[in-house]
Design a protein around this ligand. Structure first.
Ligand code: ATR
Length: 290
């Protein structure tokens, strides 16, 4: 559909943002569904701090349907919104804003997007299971929250900087009183015994991304029915995923979370069921063209 004077605007605010696959994925979905909207990437710098405030006020001023928010703005953006959904408040981060008749409502679709793609692609349900989350940044926070909300029994957060893992663990314990939540250093000595009775391992760090070092995790200590999950999608198969496949374990690749969080955002903006396959194909095509 060609943009016209009645075309609705949607966008993504981030820094950096030019690498984002969301424009390709969302525009393919609008096209497929015959929705007269266009999704664009906007570079909103981390500094000066006023840049984000101004960008958010433009959502109302220009009548955007909504936007996605990405690094480094997901936490900071909360203070500029009219209302924030409970789950996003609990996670402390917003990745989707809906402009509802001039009121800006914030949501977090990362957490639910992660669980939905994990379920769809591996059949894994966190209920009553032991999981390990590698990393303690923003992505880890959303995924750890999602796993606990979905009923994980024990969650171990392993991070290079132990203090960050401890802070995240403390925050989660306040919300999930019955779960066993611990923080450990990202060190094989600690991870080996934990791996022995864990059924899900998730990498939420940038380890394994193109040009970065690989994550070194004792995959051979995992039970044979464990699932190995990686949020990195460039490359599609990280070294961590490849090693898990060689070991014969089920895997969950990063592209799934990207597509599902986008699908949930699409549904919040349009009220229509997202065309998941169309979005996945568009994201894959955009990845291949880089
Ligand atoms: P995001 O919001 O994408 O999660 P972040 O908040 O910067 O990004 O968090 C990045 C995570 O990747 C952190 O857990 C970080 O570990 P530290 O807390 O020790 O910094 C982890 N990470 C990044 N590079 C790493 C590396 N080379 N080795 C180990 N962990 C790394």
């Amino acid at each position: 559909m060609k943009p016209s004077s009645s075309t609705k605007l949607i966008g993504i605010f981030g820094d950096p943002v030019s690498h984002s696959l969301s424009p390709a994925m969302q525009n393919a979905a609008f096209e497929h569904m015959g929705i007269d909207a266009v999704y664009l990437a906007f570079h909103v710098p981390a500094r000066p701090a006023a840049a984000l405030k101004t960008a958010v006020s433009s959502i109302k001023a220009l009548g955007f349907m909504g936007v996605n928010i990405t690094v480094p703005h997901k936490e900071k953006v909360i203070e500029f919104l009219d209302h924030v959904d409970n789950e996003a408040v609990d996670i402390g981060a917003v990745n989707t804003i809906v402009n509802k008749a001039g009121k800006l409502i914030g949501y977090n679709t990362d957490a639910r997007g992660y669980i939905e793609s994990l379920r769809q692609e591996t059949g894994f349900s966190p209920q009553g299971k032991n999981a390990v989350v590698i990393g303690a940044g923003g992505a880890s926070r959303a995924i750890a929250f999602a796993l606990l909300k979905a009923g994980a029994k024990r969650l171990v957060i392993a991070n290079r900087t132990l203090r960050r893992a401890q802070t995240l663990s403390r925050d989660l314990k306040k919300r999930f009183l019955n779960a066993e939540i611990t923080a450990v250093p990202l060190d094989k000595k600690f991870l080996r015994p934990i791996a022995e009775d864990s059924l899900l391992i998730v990498n939420t760090t940038s380890l394994g991304m193109i040009n970065n070092e690989e994550l070194d995790f004792p995959l051979y200590s995992l039970p044979t029915d464990a699932v190995v999950s990686d949020i990195v999608y460039r490359p599609l198969d990280t070294g961590f995923i490849k090693k898990a496949l060689i070991r014969g374990l089920s895997v969950h690749r990063g592209l799934g979370m990207l597509v599902h969080q986008g699908a949930l955002a699409f549904e919040l903006w349009t009220g229509k069921k997202a065309p998941l396959d169309v979005m996945r194909m568009a994201a894959l095509k955009a990845l291949r063209n880089r």
